[in-house]
Write a protein that binds this ligand. Sequence first.
Ligand SMILES: NC(=O)c1ccc[n+]([C@@H]2O[C@H](COP(=O)([O-])OP(=O)(O)OC[C@H]3O[C@@H](n4cnc5c(N)ncnc54)[C@H](O)[C@@H]3O)[C@@H](O)[C@H]2O)c1
Length: 295
Amino acid sequence: MSPADPFAGSQALVTGGGSGIGAALVRALVDAGAHVVVADLDEVAAQRVADEVTGRADVTGTARAVRLDVTDAAAVQAAVDDVVARGGRIDLLFNNAGITFGGETEDLALAHWDAIIDVNIRGVVHGVAAAYPHMVRQGAGGTAWGGHVVNTASMGGLMAAGLITSYVMTKHAVVGLSLALRTEAAAKGVGVTVICPAAVETPILEKGHLGRFHGRDYYLKGQGVRRPLDPDVLAAEALAAVASDRPLLVTPRPARIAWRVGRLAPAFANRAATRFVAKQRRLQDRRARKQGAAA
Ligand SMILES: NC(=O)c1ccc[n+]([C@@H]2O[C@H](COP(=O)([O-])OP(=O)(O)OC[C@H]3O[C@@H](n4cnc5c(N)ncnc54)[C@H](O)[C@@H]3O)[C@@H](O)[C@H]2O)c1
């Protein structure tokens, strides 16, 4: 492996690899010839993903599953050290595991805030703290390719989006960490890329809903998205972004346009985001009324 082809023969670890975007990243990496650890809190799901991709005659990559809770710093360190012990190095770390909560902020208990900070922020910090020092050593003072850290943030890491406020907070932290680390890491032979997709068709769209909040209405109907991104399409874009050492992947195109407009006109963007919350409340109310009538 090399910066030109960072995947063939590389040693990779994907957190949250048992589902959605993580599973798609595993498939794309194995297709590209990487040796991948599929790390997930849900060991059965991780094993299923590893089983799907291993043993295929057409690929040289491999996958093995491990149970990993990214909120456990010692466990993340042990998983990363194990990759290095077995494969001699760690080339690619995908900090991808994440959770979300949707609903009015007054419905969030402190336990919700703690949980989302622990997974979405601390989980990424644990990955960086465990793998980045190995990559710096592998980079030999910038004379060699040390590896690449890839963090899954979200469009919510770039723009304000009410009713998923705790999620937005954590993803802004991930964008900040990634872009700042990248400026340090470049001279040490280590790349950093942060992935910021809009809605992707994964089980997360149905998770973490408080009160009358409905994920599909929020992420799709409310935002006028006809079809969420296919996770395999996103994974291919993510690997292309890594291969070309891009700092940031914002996708799909309408999201990129909205983000650029927001940067040029932040006050306008914030007014639009406030109107979006009002529209969402109307949508969610209408749905709740319909459900009430049907019951
Ligand atoms: N789907 C989207 O619309 C979307 C959009 C932008 C960003 N994202 C981000 O993409 C990432 C992947 O999400 P997804 O959409 O594939 O969701 P998903 O729910 O399908 O997958 C998330 C995976 O993370 C695992 N996980 C949760 N907590 C964990 C923990 N403590 N330790 C280890 N694993 C844990 C889950 O078991 C699950 O397998 C998340 O960071 C999410 O915020 C998703």
